[in-house]
Design a protein around this ligand. Structure first.
Ligand code: GDP
Ligand code: MG
Length: 739
């Protein structure tokens, strides 16, 4: 299939079509303006609603005259004086004779008539070539072939007309060979001129049919068609007209009658005769009017170059050419809508903004439907196979463009949806915190998720085009939901961290008070039960660590339970809760150690020891302040009190429970490191001796509160301080006497 079609119809405007259009000129050149003519006469947009008639016959037999009367055309006719050939090549004109709408005599719409140059060869010499070529052209295009013949020529078997008919039959067989599938027939309409009236039309008709049969049997038939009959290819119709010059009125009357036969007809059911008019659907060549000029040119090119004329191929070529043309035309409308959207997205991308287009489904889907529909209306009239291929091509072309826009749009809708989900949850949490912390995190998340999903689902649905698979964005919806869940998990983790931080803070505060309270008890050296005289340390001193450990574990267990409760309320997983509690316990331990270290700071602990000592030294067992007299055993009391307080120092130096005689079971308290957690990656967690094997620090080290040197230092300082108190007591005793 070479592209021997080329665009026609873009020749300069301002054509003069008063005489119709010369489709083929005397040099056998095709007229590039044919489509202009069809457009100007409103035939081009008629689809299949047009008819094509060709007229044949010897020169100067009044063919042009007949057409002008019958169809109101303005073909050149020979003047009575000059008597030379006028019609050259092939002319075409549209019927101008229009009966009023609703009139029974109304002719068919859009009748095109072709006036074919006469064929007696008088002025073309022996050139029978044009006769053959014009016959082929007429048969390839026309539904009705009018054969114009004088009455006195009827029965003259050897006449010029018979040569023409022979050519027509041969040429028709040639076409048929290439197009056996098609049911196309033609009507041979004999118009007998200068009918005197002595011989009835019926007789003339019989004579003509006999002649036609004889011609038919005389022509060489291709293989396989030897037994074919003329009726297999042609229908026949007959009309007679009186002499135009001798009987002008009767001529007019009969022409008027004849014109009424040019309307749609049908085959009568009983005798298969034509009824109604001469245009039977089966005669129509099924070339859409907007492709007629291209088709005619293609056909003529083949004919003029003596190539085998193969009409199915011509129709396929025409379909390809026209479908491409129509596709280009409908894409103009599509571009008008889509290009601005493409530019809008490109601009947005350059500026790093989202390429979201409001109402994209309506705009894009609408443009697609309009484009495809417009293509369908025009292009579906052409060769079915070519049409569906070209339609698929067009669809994939517009879908590629739409898909790019839709994908960018939906990707950005996705991003915006995720961001606004995250923002909405965060804002709701903040509002909840402001309102006193009584918010349901899980509910906030599930409400916002539903809202976001709903919005995305609506957007995706608005993009759906019925029957277009790629517009089903179900997978994208699932992807969106998956990311919402990921973001939810992240937000939940953050919420969990916030909760943990709150709990840790409250643990710290409570520990501060409770541990401080326990250490303060050191200041009252008499304690609750013990008696300093016996040297026995009161229980409140001895079991300091038991008490500290107890308040510590109570506070942490209570906080852990609260944490677990709250975390579960927003669907934190078992693992997340376990990790949270594990972290809480570790951090609480560190907080406790810090609190203890604070108590153990030199100034603090020395003050506590001094209070403890002074309490023992300055008060008696009943808590009454001693007034030293010189006779008192000041030294004895002093030594006892000092030793009792000194005995506290090794006790304080290491955390050890009286109950078990060992360090508290920190390992059991903190619990095993949860699976999947690596302490080295938790940068807010400090390694704990005996728990983590960092730095080789042991549980013993972890429990050490005072180092050996600090201890000695503390002992020395305490002793110095106690000595001072003793000296002062001594002085006051002596002073008391002098007073
Ligand atoms: P064409 O060459 O077949 O197109 O013939 P034209 O229409 O040009 O007419 C040729 C001549 O025949 C003109 O001089 C007409 O006046 C004349 N003519 C037209 N109609 C008739 C007719 O019905 N009878 C006769 N005898 N002459 C006619
Ligand atoms: Mg003529």
């Amino acid at each position: 299939m070479n592209g021997h079609f080329s665009a026609v119809g873009d020749a300069p405007a301002a054509n003069n079509f008063t005489h119709g259009i010369q489709v083929i000129d005397e040099d056998k050149a095709f007229n590039a303006n044919l489509n202009d003519y069809l457009t100007e006469t409103n035939v081009a947009k008629a689809g299949f609603n047009y008819h094509l008639i060709s007229v044949f016959g010897s020169q100067s037999t009044g063919k042009s005259t007949l057409l002008n009367h019958l169809f109101g055309t303005n073909f050149d006719v020979m003047s009575e004086v000059e008597r030379r050939q006028t019609t050259k090549g092939i002319w075409m004109a549209k019927n101008k004779r229009i009966a009023a709408e609703g009139n029974e005599d109304k002719m068919a719409d859009n009748i095109l008539v072709m006036d074919v140059e006469g064929t007696d060869g008088r002025e073309r010499g022996e050139d029978q070539d044009f006769e053959r070529k014009s016959a082929l052209f007429a048969l390839a295009t026309s539904e009705v072939l009018i054969v114009n013949i004088w009455e006195h020529q009827v029965g003259l078997y050897q006449g010029a007309n018979m040569g023409l008919l022979k050519t027509v039959f041969e040429v028709n067989l040639q076409l048929f060979l290439k197009d056996r599938q098609s049911q196309t027939r033609s009507l041979l309409f004999f118009v007998i001129r200068d009918h005197i009236g002595n011989t009835p039309l019926a007789n003339l008709r019989n004579t003509l049919i006999q002649d036609l049969t004889r011609i038919w049997s005389s022509i060489a038939k291709p293989e396989g068609l030897e037994n074919s009959k003329i009726e297999d290819y042609f229908d026949f119709a007959f009309a007679a007209l009186p002499h135009k010059i001798l009987q002008p009125e009767r001529f007019q009357e009969e022409v008027q009658k004849l014109s009424t036969r040019f309307k749609e007809g049908y085959r009568s059911s009983k005798d298969q005769e034509l009824e109604g008019g001469v245009f039977l659907p089966e005669y129509h060549r099924r070339i859409p009017a907007d492709g007629l000029s291209v088709y005619c040119k293609g056909v003529w090119d083949q004919i003029v170059n003596n190539k085998d004329l193969d009409l199915p191929t011509q129709q396929e070529l025409l379909a390809q050419f026209r479908c491409d043309e129509i596709a280009r035309e409908v894409l103009v409308g599509f571009d008008a809508v889509i290009v601005p959207l493409e530019e809008q997205q490109a601009d947005a991308a350059r500026q790093g903004k989202p390429g979201i287009i409001p109402n994209l489904g309506t705009t894009g889907g609408g443009a697609r439907e309009k484009c495809v529909k417009a293509f369908e209306i025009q292009a579906s009239r052409y060769h079915k196979g070519v049409y569906s291929t070209k339609r698929a091509e067009l669809e994939s072309k517009i879908d590629a463009r739409l898909k790019a826009i839709y994908t960018t749009h939906l990707t950005d809708v996705h991003k915006a949806g995720i961001a606004s989900f995250s923002d909405a949850v965060t804002a709701a949490v903040k509002a909840g915190q402001k309102a006193g912390g009584a918010y349901e995190f899980a509910m906030i998340v599930s409400q916002q998720k539903e809202k976001s999903l709903d919005a995305f689902r609506k957007e995706a649905q608005s993009l759906l085009i019925e029957g277009v698979a790629w517009t089903n964005f179900g997978p994208q919806l699932r992807l969106f939901e998956k990311e919402l869940d990921e973001v939810s998990a992240r937000l939940r983790k953050e919420e969990l961290r916030r909760l943990a931080a709150r709990v840790e803070r409250s643990v710290k505060t409570r520990l501060g008070d409770a541990v401080g309270l326990e250490f303060n008890k050191l200041g009252t050296g008499r304690g609750g039960s013990g008696a300093p005289e016996t040297g026995e340390k009161p229980a409140s001193e001895k079991d300091l660590w038991d008490r500290v450990w107890k308040v510590f574990t109570d506070i942490v267990d209570d906080a852990a339970a609260k944490f677990a409760d709250r975390a579960k309320s927003f669907q934190a997983s078992e693992e997340e809760v376990a990790v949270g509690i594990w972290r809480l316990r570790r951090k609480s331990w560190i907080a406790l150690r810090e609190r203890i270290d604070e108590e153990m700071q030199e100034g603090n602990i020395l003050m506590k020891l001094r209070e403890n000592f002074e309490d023992k030294f300055r008060y008696d067992a009943d808590g009454v302040p001693r007034i030293w007299r010189p006779t008192d055993d000041i030294e004895g009391v002093y030594t006892k009190a000092r030793e009792a307080t000194l005995a506290l120092i090794p006790l304080l130096a290491k955390i050890k429970l009286v109950a078990t005689g060992a360090a508290p079971d920190l390992v059991a308290f903190i619990g095993a490191q949860p699976a999947g957690v690596d302490i080295r990656e938790e940068d807010d967690l400090v390694p704990i001796g005996g728990i983590d094997d960092e730095d080789g620090k042991t549980l013993d080290d972890e429990m050490a509160v005072l180092s050996e040197s600090k201890r000695q230092d503390l002992v020395a300082r305490f002793k110095k301080m106690a000595d001072g108190v003793y000296v002062e007591a001594k002085r006051s005793a002596i002073g008391g006497i002098t007073q």
